[in-house]
Design a protein. Structure first.
Length: 406
């Protein structure tokens, strides 16, 4: 029950990304804001993660992760309420910044709490589930807020976030979890992160640049090929949701072979390699729009395995419970930086050199992520051979080198 509640907090946070995508047209019309201003407001949700992710990983445990999570869902509710009364860009930006702080706290704290709540082999599967929070939340948010705005207007639609935040806050305080801010993580500040963790989060950042860049530009690519905007939006949503069954495949690999198995290393390499090659078929000049849309879904069906495995490896890469929050913060920082950098980078490449050049860059980023991810996996596997306790995180989450040889 706790794992589901923490996961729903992540889905709620990601829904705020889908929310502004759905509400941008009526907001822009009423407040007379340009496309650039609306794009900046959308990206503000990731700004705190990109700039403060590492710091949040160090400082949130001192507040207490459950307290931080409860405060975060309220921050999303408060930010949405403020946005509902905005009469101009300034208050909208302030409201979005409040939401950004809440989003950051959720994506750092929730996976750590999930890792603590899960036991044994359930931990890897639970972390794989967590990896789906972003596409699921974005899809739900885009659908729910679009319908609410069509029925009552964009201002009343913000009430969905207020109600959702309050309900999650009540649920978090209803569960009994020991979350003393003076617990082990705050008594012993985490030490420096090693090359293993940096390689893992860098691979995730490279993946995020290509992945988010594709999803952000896919409607433009498809409409240039003659597809109606509404149809292009449907295909884009389907492409984003293709990550969910891919994460289920990642969870199956983890349950069947274990987090340190060679099958997992092969899965990561194939996920990145196959999706990297498919970028060349999607992001190219003069292609058939329907075929490109179908290939975009295939990209996410392949690449979606990778983030599920990264999140499953994260507790092991952290090495100790004291550094798990820091590891989550680092992953958040690289993922958010990739999400911020991907759309403008790919857009600039398309503008100057065409779609095929953007496809080549996406392939290069995927290829770069493969050795980084395999380096991290190899270091973890070696440490488990030398010291089985190095592959243990938390009191109920033992891992052994035997699972790697299975």
């Amino acid at each position: 029950m706790r794992i589901l509640l923490y996961y729903l907090c992540g889905v709620f946070a990601a829904a705020q990304l889908g929310k502004l995508a759905a509400l941008s047209p009526p907001i822009a019309r009423e407040l007379q804001l340009g496309l650039a201003a609306m794009a900046a407001l959308t990206s503000l949700l990731e700004v705190c993660g990109a700039t403060l992710g590492g710091a949040a990983g160090r400082w949130l445990p001192r507040l207490g992760l459950k307290r931080a999570l409860a405060a975060a869902v309220l921050a999303l509710a408060v930010g949405s309420a403020a946005a509902g009364f905005a009469q101009g860009l300034a208050l909208l930006a302030l409201a979005r910044l409040i939401e950004s702080l809440g989003y950051l706290a959720i994506v750092v704290a929730a996976p750590v709490l999930i890792a603590r709540a899960a036991e044994g082999r359930r931990q890897a599967a639970a972390m794989a589930l967590w990896s789906t929070f972003l596409p699921v939340g974005m899809a739900i948010g885009a659908w729910a807020y679009a319908h609410a705005a069509g029925w009552a207007g964009w201002r009343p639609a913000q009430a969905l976030s207020v109600v959702g935040g309050v309900l999650l806050w009540i649920g978090l305080w209803a569960i009994r979890v020991d979350d003393d801010p003076h617990a082990v993580e705050s008594r012993h500040p985490p030490g420096a992160t090693g090359a293993l963790l940096w390689a893992l989060v860098a691979a995730f950042g490279a993946y995020a640049i290509a992945e988010v860049g594709l999803l952000a530009l896919l409607p433009s690519l498809l409409t240039q090929g003659g597809m109606p905007l509404s149809t292009a939006g449907t295909w884009t949503a389907a492409a984003a949701l293709a990550n969910v069954p891919a994460s289920a495949l990642g969870a199956w690999l983890l349950r069947r072979h274990g987090a340190l198995s060679r099958a997992l290393a092969v899965g990561m390499a194939m996920s990145l390699g196959v999706s990297g090659l498919l970028y060349l078929g999607v992001m190219r000049d003069g292609g058939d729009a329907t075929w490109q849309a179908a290939l975009a879904i295939s990209i996410n069906a392949a690449s979606g395995v990778f983030p599920s495995l990264v999140f499953a490896l994260l507790p092991l890469a952290a090495r100790t419970p004291e550094r798990l929050s820091l590891a989550s913060g680092r992953l958040t920082q690289f993922g958010a930086s990739g999400a911020l950098l991907g759309p403008p980078l790919m857009g600039t490449v398309v503008e100057h050199w065409g779609w095929s050049a953007a496809g080549g860059l996406s392939l290069a980023l995927s290829a770069l992520a493969i050795p980084l991810a395999l380096f991290a996996w190899r270091r973890l596997a070696q440490s488990s051979d030398e010291n089985p306790d190095a592959a243990t995180i938390g009191p109920h989450c033992a891992r052994s080198a035997a699972s790697r040889r299975a």
